[in-house]
Design a protein around this ligand. Structure first.
Ligand SMILES: *[C@@H]1O[C@H](CO)[C@@H](O)[C@H](O)[C@H]1NC(C)=O
Ligand SMILES: *[C@@H]1O[C@H](CO)[C@@H](O)[C@H](O)[C@H]1NC(C)=O
Ligand SMILES: *[C@@H]1O[C@H](CO)[C@@H](O)[C@H](O)[C@H]1NC(C)=O
Ligand SMILES: *[C@@H]1O[C@H](CO)[C@@H](O)[C@H](O)[C@H]1NC(C)=O
Ligand SMILES: *[C@@H]1O[C@H](CO)[C@@H](O)[C@H](O)[C@H]1NC(C)=O
Ligand SMILES: *[C@@H]1O[C@H](CO)[C@@H](O)[C@H](O)[C@H]1NC(C)=O
Ligand SMILES: *[C@@H]1O[C@H](CO)[C@@H](O)[C@H](O)[C@H]1NC(C)=O
Ligand SMILES: *[C@@H]1O[C@H](CO)[C@@H](O)[C@H](O)[C@H]1NC(C)=O
Ligand SMILES: *[C@@H]1O[C@H](CO)[C@@H](O)[C@H](O)[C@H]1NC(C)=O
Ligand SMILES: *[C@@H]1O[C@H](CO)[C@@H](O)[C@H](O)[C@H]1NC(C)=O
Ligand SMILES: *[C@@H]1O[C@H](CO)[C@@H](O)[C@H](O)[C@H]1NC(C)=O
Ligand SMILES: *[C@@H]1O[C@H](CO)[C@@H](O)[C@H](O)[C@H]1NC(C)=O
Length: 829
C-alpha cells in the first residue's frame, strides 16, 4: 500500500516535472570517450502500461535496444512522447584496479544526466581490485539509510551495493538517501548501482571511492549519528544467508552526550560444524572487550561513545547448512534521568518466583518512539527482562517514559505432601524491592498448588474484601483476582478489593491469586495489601465465602464465573454471619437464575446455622425466594447441574444487616420521618413481610419435606413448575443436620491425616457447622422422601462405601457434587 502510494506520488511528481522540463521528444546525443570503460545500454523497461509501441530512432533505424560503447557516439530520439514508460537506460562503468591505477576520488555521473534522455537511469560502477586492497565508499550528507530488499525509497533514488567473494556476488544492501551510513569499506571489488528515476534532476553520484589497506573481512559499514535517531541494518545477503565463515563489522559514531542501544529485530543461526556464530562488541569503557554475545542473547544498551559490532559466521554443516542472518536496530537517544540509578531487586531469599519487566501493550503508532530498555548491571539492555528467584539483580532503566513499562510477577506456593505443609498461614505479600521500582506493578500472581483431593486452601485478607460487581464496582487501586488453575476447569471466583465484608475465601483446589493494580497510587496503598493462605483439610465445594457484613451497608455477592455461569456440577457456599442483635435481609436481584439443566439438578439451600433449618429451592424452575430476614448466621449454598449451553447458573444477591430493634413501627416512623432511609426501609418491609410468610410455612422440626408436592425431591422439574403466585410453596425442609453432615466430618478428618491445621475448626468438632450440602444420600437422609430420588441415568452409582458421595462421572468432569444414590430407585413419577 505504502509503496503504491509512493509510486503514485513519484509518477505525479514526474508528470509535473515533465511538463516543465521536456517540450517534446528531443534528440539526445551521447558520446563516450575512448578508454572510459563506459557502456550505455538503452533497453525496454518493465512496461507499466500496455500502450502504443515506442522505438528508439537512430541512424540505424527503429530499435528496441541501443548499446553505445566506449569511444562511440550516438544520436537518437524516441518516436513517442513518453519514453520513460517504455525505456530505461543503464550506464555501466568498469573500473579495473588490477591492471592499472585506480581512479579514486569523487565519482562523477558520466555521461552527465543533462545529456541523457529522461528515462529511468541506473549508473553502475563495477570496481575490481585485489583482495589485499580495501575500497572505501564515502557518502556525503545526507548519507544512506538501509532498507530491506525490494523496498523502495521515498524519492526513488536507490543505491544497490554488492561485493564479491572470489566469483560469488554478495549483496551488501539496498540503501536510500537520508540516513546514517557514511562509509562502506570492502575488499576484492565492489559493484555499486545508483538508480535515478527519470524525473529526478540529481546530477551528482553522492559518493567517492578511496583505497585503503585490507580490511580482512567482507565489509565494514560505518554509521554516524549527529543526534538522536535510529538505524536498522542487515547482514549481507539479508534475508538470505550470510556467506559461510565470513566476518562483517558495523561501526557507530555516537555523540558523547548520547547513549546507544542495540536490539536484534530478526535473526537466524546456521548449523555450525566448526566455530560458533556470534557477535562481538567493542564498547568504550568496557574492560572485557571484545564482548562476545550469542545472537540469542540480550544485546548491550546504554553505551556511551563510539562502538562497533561484528558478526562472525562459522563453518557450516554441508548437509544442512541452515541460515545465518541478522537484522538489528541501533537506537541513539539522550541518557534518561533514570539510567544512572541502580535498583536492587533481591530475590535471593525467594523461591519459585519470576518477575518480568516488559512493555505495556500499546496501540501501534507510526511516529518515532524512543526505545525503552531495562538494563541488567547497566550493561545488557532489553525491552523485556525476566528476573528469577534465587539471586540478587541490579537493574537500571534506559527509557524516556517509565510508564511504558510494567512489572508482572509470578510465584508458586505448593504443598505437595499434606503431611509436611506449613502449619502457619503463608503471607501473600509483594516483596518490597518490587514495590520500590519506578515501574508500576501490574500483576503479582501466586499460584497455590495442593495435592488433589487432599488439601484445600483458605485465603484470609488483611482487610475484608468486596466482590467487584457491576452494581458495586471496586474503585481501589488494586484487586485480587481469584481463579482456578485446575486444567480444564474454567472457573473464575471473581475480583475482590479491600473494603468489603468477605472475611475469608476457601477454595477446594489449585487456584491463582493475582494482585492486579489499577492505579499508580497502589505504591502508597501497598502497605495495606496482604492476604494469607492456609492449607486446610480438603472439602468438596468449589468455594466457600465467609461474609461478615457491616451494619447498614449492602453486601453484593455474585456466584463465581457470573458472566459465563457457574461451571457444571459445582457447588459454592456463602457463610453469612449475623451478629446477635442484628437482622440480615437476604435479597435476590433477579427473579430467576436462568439455568436450564441438561443433566442433574440445580438447587439452592438456605440454612439457618443455629437451628439448621433449611429451605431448598430448585433453581431451574422456581422463582428465587423473595427477600427474607435472618436473625442468625446462615448459609447460602448453590449446586449446579450440567446446564444447557447458554442457560447458565448465575446467582446474584445482596445482604443488608440492620439492628434488630428496628421493627416495623420503627420502619414506619422512619418512612414518616422521610427521606434518606426510605429505600432502605422499603427493603426491610419486604423482608418483614417475607419473614411473616415464612414462619407460617415452617414445617415440622424434623425433616419432612413439605406438603402435597413433596413426594419428589427437586429431581422432577415438572413438579416445581409453578406460577408466580404460589411460588411461596417451595420445597421446604428441616433436616437433622448431624445425621446428614456427620459423615462429612469423619470424612474430612480421614483425608487429612495430620490434625495440625487448626485454622479450619468447622471440620474438627463433631458439631461444627459446615456449609449445607445437598441432601444427596438416600440411605442417610432422615426422611423417606429423600430416598425416592432417581439417580441421573448418565451417572453410574458410586461403588465406594462412603455414605456421602460425590459422584465422579465418566465424562471427565471431576469432583462434582451430584445428586446420586447408592441404590438406584424407581423414578418418582
Ligand atoms: C522507473 O522507476 C520508477 C521508480 O523509481 C518505477 O516505478 C518505474 O516503473 C520505472 N520505469 C520503468 C519503465 O522501468
Ligand atoms: C538492487 O538489488 C535488488 C536485490 O538484489 C534487485 O532486485 C534490484 O533490481 C537492484 N536494483 C538495481 C537498481 O540494481
Ligand atoms: C530525511 O529524514 C528526515 C528525518 O527522518 C526527514 O525529516 C526528512 O524529510 C527526510 N528527507 C528526505 C528527503 O527524505
Ligand atoms: C549539478 O547541478 C547544480 C545545479 O542544479 C549545479 O550547480 C552543479 O554544478 C551541477 N553539478 C554537476 C557536476 O553537473
Ligand atoms: C592507494 O593507492 C595508491 C596508488 O594507487 C597507493 O600509492 C596507495 O598506497 C594506496 N593506499 C592504500 C591505503 O592502499
Ligand atoms: C528464523 O528464526 C525464526 C525465529 O527467530 C524462526 O521462526 C524461523 O523458522 C527461522 N527461519 C529459518 C529459515 O530457520
Ligand atoms: C572496533 O573498535 C575497536 C576499539 O575502538 C578498534 O580497536 C577496532 O579496530 C574496531 N574494529 C573495527 C573493525 O572497526
Ligand atoms: C525523570 O524525569 C521526569 C520528567 O522529566 C521526572 O518526572 C522524574 O522524576 C525524573 N526521575 C528521576 C529519578 O530523576
Ligand atoms: C516478555 O518475556 C516473557 C518471558 O519470556 C514473555 O512471556 C512475555 O510475553 C514477553 N513480553 C513481551 C511484551 O514481549
Ligand atoms: C494441583 O497442582 C498439583 C501440582 O501441579 C497437582 O499435582 C494436582 O493434581 C493439582 N490439582 C488438581 C485438582 O488438578
Ligand atoms: C470508592 O467508593 C467508596 C464508596 O463505595 C467511596 O467512599 C470512596 O471515596 C471511593 N474512592 C475513590 C478513590 O473513588
Ligand atoms: C462461618 O462464619 C463464621 C463467622 O465468620 C465463622 O465463625 C465460622 O467458623 C464459619 N463457618 C465455617 C464453616 O467456615
Amino acid at each position: 500500500m505504502a509503496g503504491q502510494t509512493r509510486g503514485a506520488t513519484i509518477a505525479l511528481l514526474g508528470v509535473l516535472l515533465l511538463g516543465a522540463v521536456r517540450p517534446g521528444a528531443e534528440a539526445s546525443e551521447i558520446a563516450l570517450p575512448h578508454g572510459s570503460g563506459i557502456t550505455v545500454l538503452i533497453k525496454p523497461g518493465i512496461p507499466t502500461l500496455p500502450v502504443k509501441p515506442c522505438y528508439i530512432i537512430s541512424t540505424k533505424g527503429h530499435l528496441t535496444t541501443l548499446t553505445i560503447k566506449s569511444g562511440e557516439k550516438a544520436v537518437f530520439s524516441f518516436n513517442c512522447r513518453d519514453p520513460e514508460k517504455h525505456f530505461v537506460i543503464e550506464i555501466q562503468k568498469n573500473i579495473d584496479c588490477m591492471s592499472g591505477p585506480c581512479p579514486f576520488g569523487e565519482v562523477q555521473l558520466q555521461p552527465s544526466t543533462s545529456v541523457l534522455p529522461a528515462v529511468n537511469r541506473t549508473f553502475i560502477w563495477d570496481v575490481k581490485a585485489h583482495k589485499s586492497i580495501g575500497l572505501e565508499l564515502q557518502f556525503s550528507v545526507p548519507r544512506l539509510r538501509q532498507v530491506g530488499p525490494g523496498a523502495s525509497c521515498p524519492d526513488g533514488v536507490t543505491y544497490n551495493i554488492s561485493g564479491r567473494i572470489d566469483a560469488t556476488v554478495v549483496r551488501i544492501g539496498t540503501f536510500c538517501s537520508n540516513g546514517t551510513v557514511s562509509r562502506i569499506k570492502m575488499q576484492e571489488g565492489v559493484k555499486m548501482a545508483l538508480h535515478l528515476p527519470w524525473f529526478h534532476r540529481r546530477n551528482v553520484s553522492g559518493f567517492s571511492i578511496a583505497n585503503r589497506s585490507s580490511i580482512k573481512r567482507l565489509c565494514i559499514i560505518e554509521s554516524v549519528f549527529e543526534g538522536e535517531g535510529s538505524a536498522t541494518l542487515m547482514s549481507a545477503n539479508y534475508p538470505d544467508g550470510f556467506p559461510e565463515d565470513e566476518l562483517m563489522t558495523w561501526q557507530f559514531v555516537v555523540p558523547p552526550h548520547l547513549r546507544a542501544s542495540v536490539s536484534f529485530l530478526h535473526f537466524n543461526v546456521s548449523n555450525c560444524e566448526k566455530k560458533e556464530e556470534r557477535v562481538e562488541y567493542y564498547i568504550p569503557g568496557s574492560t572485557t572487550n571484545p564482548e562476545v554475545f550469542k545472537l540469542g542473547d540480550k544485546q548491550p544498551g546504554n553505551m556511551a561513545g563510539n562502538f562497533n559490532l561484528s558478526l562472525q559466521g562459522c563453518d557450516q554443516d554441508a548437509q544442512n547448512p541452515g541460515i545465518l542472518r541478522l537484522q538489528f536496530q541501533v537506537l541513539v537517544q539522550h541518557p534518561q534521568n533514570e539510567s544512572n540509578k541502580i535498583y536492587v531487586v533481591d530475590l535471593s531469599n525467594e523461591q519459585a518466583m519470576s518477575l518480568t519487566i516488559e512493555p505495556r501493550p500499546v496501540k501501534f503508532s507510526r511516529r518515532f518512539v524512543p526505545g525503552c530498555f531495562v538494563c541488567l548491571e547497566s550493561r545488557t539492555c532489553s525491552t523485556n527482562l525476566t528476573l528469577t528467584s534465587g539471586s540478587k539483580h541490579k537493574i537500571s532503566f534506559l527509557c524516556d517514559d517509565l510508564s511504558r513499562l510494567w512489572v508482572n510477577a509470578e510465584k508458586t506456593i505448593s504443598c505437595m505432601d499434606h503431611r509436611y505443609c506449613p502449619r502457619r498461614p503463608y503471607s501473600l505479600q509483594v516483596p518490597r524491592d518490587i514495590l520500590q521500582l519506578p515501574v508500576q506493578l501490574h500483576d503479582f500472581s501466586w499460584k497455590l498448588l495442593v495435592p488433589k483431593d487432599r488439601l484445600s486452601l483458605a485465603l484470609v485478607p488483611a482487610q475484608k474484601l468486596q466482590q467487584h460487581t457491576p452494581e458495586k464496582v471496586c474503585n481501589t487501586s488494586y484487586s485480587y483476582l481469584v481463579a482456578s488453575t485446575v486444567p480444564g476447569q474454567d472457573l473464575y471466583f471473581g475480583s475482590f478489593c479491600p473494603g468489603g465484608s468477605i472475611q475469608q475465601i476457601q477454595v477446594k483446589q489449585n487456584v491463582s491469586v493475582t494482585l492486579r493494580t489499577f492505579a499508580p497510587s497502589f505504591q502508597q496503598e501497598a502497605s495495606r495489601q496482604g492476604l494469607t493462605v492456609s492449607f486446610i483439610p480438603y472439602f468438596k465445594e468449589e468455594g466457600v465465602f465467609t461474609v461478615t457484613p457491616d451494619t447498614k451497608s449492602k453486601v453484593y455477592l455474585r456466584s463465581p464465573n457470573w458472566d459465563r455461569g457457574l461451571p457444571s456440577l459445582t457447588s459454592v457456599s456463602w457463610n453469612i454471619s449475623v451478629p446477635s442483635g442484628q437482622v440480615a435481609c437476604l435479597t435476590f436481584l433477579k427473579e430467576r437464575t436462568g439455568v436450564v439443566c441438561q443433566t442433574g439438578r440445580a438447587f439452592m439451600i438456605i440454612q439457618e446455622q443455629r437451628t439448621k433449618a433449611e429451605e431448598i429451592f430448585s433453581l431451574e424452575d422456581e422463582v428465587l425466594p423473595k427477600p427474607s430476614f435472618h436473625h442468625h448466621s446462615f448459609w447460602v449454598n448453590i449446586s449446579n447441574c450440567s446446564p444447557v449451553s447458554g442457560k447458565q447458573l448465575d446467582l446474584f444477591f445482596w445482604v443488608l444487616l440492620t439492628p434488630r430493634t428496628m421493627d416495623l413501627t420503627v420502619i414506619i416512623t422512619a418512612i414518616v420521618g422521610g427521606g434518606a432511609l426510605l429505600l432502605f426501609a422499603l427493603g426491610l418491609i419486604i423482608c418483614f413481610v417475607r419473614k411473616k410468610k415464612k414462619k407460617t410455612s415452617k414445617g415440622p422440626s424434623v425433616g419432612i419435606y413439605n406438603g402435597n408436592i413433596n413426594t419428589q425431591m427437586p429431581m422432577q422439574p415438572k413438579k416445581f413448575q409453578k406460577g408466580r403466585k404460589d411460588s411461596d410453596s417451595h420445597v421446604y425442609a428441616v433436616i437433622d443436620d448431624t445425621m446428614v453432615y456427620g459423615h462429612l466430618l469423619q470424612d474430612s478428618n480421614v483425608s487429612f491425616l495430620q490434625p495440625q491445621v487448626d485454622t479450619y475448626r468447622p471440620f474438627q468438632g463433631p458439631t461444627g457447622d459446615c456449609p449445607p450440602s445437598p441432601p444427596l444420600t438416600g440411605s442417610r437422609a432422615p426422611t423417606a422422601k429423600l430416598t425416592v430420588d432417581e439417580p441421573s441415568p448418565s451417572f453410574p452409582a458410586e461403588s465406594e462405601s462412603e455414605p456421602y458421595t460425590f459422584s465422579h462421572p465418566n465424562n471427565g468432569n471431576t469432583d462434582i457434587p451430584l445428586l446420586d444414590t447408592h441404590e438406584p430407585t424407581e423414578p418418582g413419577e
